[in-house]
Design a binder for this molecule. Structure first.
Ligand code: SF4
Length: 192
């Protein structure tokens, strides 16, 4: 069997009028905007809490642990990486403490805009932080939402653990594979 090799997904450019967005104040932490990555026209949207680093200190592109685990398990579940678009609740990576509630609330407007434009068929939310923001419920948890579909903001949505949690607790990998298989089966049944 050929070994799957994760790839550096193409980054979708941030819209010109938002490259210097300062609405939430995170720009003061010095990280750049990452609007999303993968196929911008994909029908499956994956939502993470915030972007990880795409480049190392020397400015070379890297595949971080989150991307590696996500792609490996998605491939194992029968998903084609080109069917995925990945975006974030926050478009900048926070590196210091910040007002989480306020910043998430402000940046969600950008995600809502992306949803309106892209109209994904399926959404997979990864990790409790993304789930709580997207489901607009501070009590929402992956463990009670995973394994089934929910209508959220009008979109078919399911949830799974964050890939970093899978790396830290390898016993969760089987659940992650189950959750991505749920997405793959639903996606293939849509015959898009
Ligand atoms: S994280 Fe969101 S609100 Fe904050 S600067 Fe980036 S786009 Fe603007």
């Amino acid at each position: 069997m050929t070994r799957f090799c994760p790839k550096i997904l193409k980054e979708e450019s941030t819209p010109d009028h938002l490259i210097n967005c300062q609405e939430c104040g995170l720009y003061k932490q010095g990280t750049r905007m990452v609007w999303g990555e993968g196929n911008p026209e994909a029908r499956i949207m994956i939502i993470l809490d915030n972007p990880g680093a795409r480049e190392n200190r020397e400015g070379e592109s890297v595949i971080c642990g989150t991307r590696q685990t996500l792609q490996e398990v998605a491939n194992e579940a029968g998903l084609n990486i080109d069917d995925l678009y990945v975006t974030f609740i926050l478009k900048r990576k926070p590196v210091h403490a910040y007002d989480k509630e306020l910043v998430r609330q402000i940046c969600m407007e950008h995600l809502e805009q992306q949803l309106k434009e892209k109209q994904p068929k399926l959404i997979l939310c990864l990790g409790n932080v993304a789930v709580q923001s997207f489901f607009q419920n501070p009590e929402a948890e992956v463990k009670s939402l995973r394994g089934s579909w929910h209508k959220v903001q009008g979109f078919e949505t399911t949830a799974a653990y964050h890939p970093l949690a899978i790396r830290r607790r390898p016993n969760l990998r089987a659940l992650f594979l189950e959750d991505l298989t749920l997405v793959a089966e639903r996606f293939h049944s849509l015959n898009l």
